[in-house]
Design a protein around this ligand. Structure first.
Ligand code: AMP
Length: 226
C-alpha cells in the first residue's frame, strides 16, 4: 500500500524509533530519514555542516533549526521521497514542526501521522548504554536484550559493530534533558493537530511493530490512504 504521507516517530534516545523506522520503511517501500544519521555522515565527511554540528552533537545539544531544515529540504528534493517518508529524530523542536507543515502543504501531502514512543528513563539509559551499531549497514543491537551472534560483528552483513560517542552515560543525560526541554512540547503540538498516536516503546521489537501496524491500519481506514 502506498504511504503518501510523512510518518514521524517521536521519542527520546533509546526509545526504539530507529529500529522501527527501519522496519516500517522496508514494509512500505519509502525512505527512512534520520537527521541524526545525516548529521553523523556530514561529520564523518568533514563537510562545513558537519564541522558546525560536531561540537553540539558531542555535548548532546541540538543542532540549530536552520541547519537541520536546510538538510531536510535537500533530502526531500530527491525523487525517492515522492511517495512519502518516515522521519526518525525529526522534527525535534516546535519551529522545525511548523516548517515541516509548510513543506507538506507545498508538496500537496496531507497531515503527517505522528507516533510517540513512551519508555521510562531507566529503560532508556539501559538501552542506550548497551547499543552497538553496524558500521556498514546501520543495523542496531543491544548487548543485553538483542546481542549479535558473534560479539562485535553484525549478523546481517558481517560489518564491525561500533558504539556512538554520544551514547556515554553523561551525554545521554544531556540528550534526555534536551528532549524534555525542546522536543516533548511537540507531543502537545501534534495532539492539538489531531495526529498524535502513542505506543508503549518498552515492549519488545516485534510487539511494538505489531502495535505500529495496527495504528497504520487504523489511519488508512480513517483517511482512505496510509
Ligand atoms: P539522534 O541520532 O537522532 O539521536 O541524533 C544525534 C544528535 O544529532 C542529537 O543529539 C543532536 O545533536 C543532533 N540532531 C539530530 N536530529 C536533530 C534535529 N532534528 N534537530 C536538531 N538536532 C538534531
Amino acid at each position: 500500500m502506498a504511504l503518501n504521507r510523512a510518518m514521524i516517530f517521536l521519542g527520546p534516545p533509546g526509545a526504539g524509533k530507529g529500529t522501527q523506522a527501519n522496519r516500517a520503511a522496508k514494509r512500505y517501500g519509502v525512505p527512512h530519514l534520520s537527521t541524526g544519521d545525516m548529521l553523523r555522515e556530514a561529520v564523518a565527511q568533514g563537510t562545513e555542516l558537519g564541522r558546525l554540528a560536531k561540537p553540539l552533537m558531542e555535548r548532546g545539544e541540538l543542532v540549530p533549526d536552520n541547519i537541520v531544515m536546510g538538510m531536510v529540504e535537500e533530502r526531500l528534493a530527491r525523487p525517492d521521497s515522492a511517495q512519502g517518508f518516515i522521519f526518525d529524530g525529526f522534527p525535534r523542536t516546535v519551529p522545525q514542526a511548523e516548517q515541516l507543515d509548510k513543506i507538506m502543504v507545498r508538496r500537496g501531502l496531507g497531515k503527517p501521522l505522528v507516533v510517540e514512543f513512551h519508555v521510562s528513563s531507566e529503560t532508556l539509559l539501559h538501552r542506550v548504554s548497551g547499543r552497538w551499531t553496524c558500521s556498514v549497514g546501520g543495523e542496531t543491537y543491544n548487548i543485553y536484550e538483542r546481542p549479535p551472534k558473534v560479539p562485535g560483528i553484525c549478523d546481517v552483513d558481517g560489518g564491525k559493530l561500533i558504539q556512538r560517542t554520544d551514547d556515554s552515560a553523561d551525554i545521554v543525560r544531556e540528550r534526555l534533558a534536551a528532549y524534555d526541554r525542546k522536543t516533548k512540547p511537540l507531543a502537545d503540538y501534534y495532539r492539538q493537530h489531531g495526529v498524535l498516536e502513542t505506543v508503549d516503546g518498552s515492549k519488545g521489537v516485534e510487539e511494538v511493530s505489531r502495535a505500529l501496524n495496527e495504528i497504520f491500519a487504523r489511519a488508512a481506514g480513517r483517511d482512505g490512504h496510509l
